[in-house]
Design a protein around this ligand. Sequence first.
Ligand code: KIV
Ligand code: ZN
Length: 516
Amino acid sequence: MATKKSEHKTIKIFDTTLRDGEQSPGASMTISEKLRIASQLVKLKVDVIEAGFPIASEGDFEAVKKIAQTIKGPEIAGLCRSSFKDIDRAWEALQYAGDRGRIHTFIATSDIHMKYKLKMSPKEVLESAVKAVKRAKSYTPNVEFSCEDAVRTEIKFLAEIVGAVIDAGATVVNIPDTVGYTIPFEYFNIIKYLKDNVANVENATISVHCHNDLGLSVANSIAAVQAGAGQVECTINGIGERAGNCSLEEFVMAIKTRPDILPFKTNVASEHLTPASRLLTTVTGIVVQPNKAIVGANAFAHEAGIHQHGMLMDKTTYEIMTPESVGLKSSSLVLGKHSGRHAFKKRLEELGYDLDDEKLNQAFERFKALADLKKEVFDEDLDALVADEIMRAHEVYKLSHITVTCGSFAVATATVQMEIEGNPVRTAELGDGPVDATLKAIKKLTKTKAKLQQYNVGSITGGTDAQGEVNVRLAEGSRTVIGKGSSTDIIEASAKAYIDALNKLHFKVERPMESL
Ligand code: KIV
Ligand code: ZN
């Protein structure tokens, strides 16, 4: 018999976009970018924000500390291995969140990881886990422990370690599918086994953390809550290590859309999902595939005539949730060249941007310039505009002008003028087409050794006056970054994307540790 909605169990949403999500290639974020994402996560009303991995780098430490100091509402977690040094460093950053600060410590428990990675016996791993939890407990009552690679861990050992860390004081115990290997019924059985066989299991919340290597992370997370898990770890747009993590928006909307068979709820304010997804894309440059569930450009688009006919009769024919419920507003003309500052500010606020006066003025000037070039300014244009012109945190390199000559009978030539740390510099280069010539000129001016790994060009909105959007991926040593640029001129968009990536590379702190 279906339970009443009021009796549905609340599943805690633990967002790890800023930690596991940031481990996606090219997704590293500056502190100010992390703060913007964290503020959006507050609007979403997630229960926990995992802000980073404090010992991994100075940048990570500062980001976790800043988020702990400034973000109000959700609990703030920081990841650490089970060594005391890691745990102490994590609390140093997290302490500012007071009783909302959560130490998240972990050690691998599968035979494969213990033997090849840790070179430790199960007994040593168990002891290390218990000591880690006790150390964390000396700082805060709020301690989460994760059994890395839990799904490939011998089940009796898994139950033993879960019981031991709960005895040591862990209030949340996470059972990750680190390598995205499990399938729903198997994962259900693992969680159920722990629920049925660990004597003190009710003293802690069982959490799940699913990677998406087989495309099953959301399905596995749903199976886990059906078996009794009370927390789901996930990321916006499903970003994360390799194929990513359980997508927050997909899990939340599955729970919200099927209360008839899933007796659960979350605290998430789903109308903030689309702005959150867009903001993350803007910040990282990692685009969402058009057919991605919930937040893809086509998720609510109806193309086939028969579908459109049904939709006109009654939207429920082809829509299982409303676009409004995920914060999607129709992307019709929102602003044009006659729009005032007030309307512009209001629209930006609706899109999730809260700019101070100075940044707003700069953005408004850019908007006016864009509105002169384009008849219609869409929400997506505004996203790109804010990202491009306002969110550049630390610009060492700035583009001043480009002049290009090209054509079927001419060798493409680009003359580029830039500022490097405030000093004007200029050069010209020939190239295999205007983009090649422009990037060569920038390369020469900046003396960069970075390798261009990827160059993608697309249009943000329709029409020949659409803004072109360019994404580039640059690599230097172990560092990779994604740069984004947009303009109605595709050459300028390319130059901006390249320079954006160079600025990011310049500021990216080398991570001293291998990512997890
Ligand atoms: O995937 C994983 O196992 C992790 C843990 C550290 C929680 O990210
Ligand atoms: Zn993970």
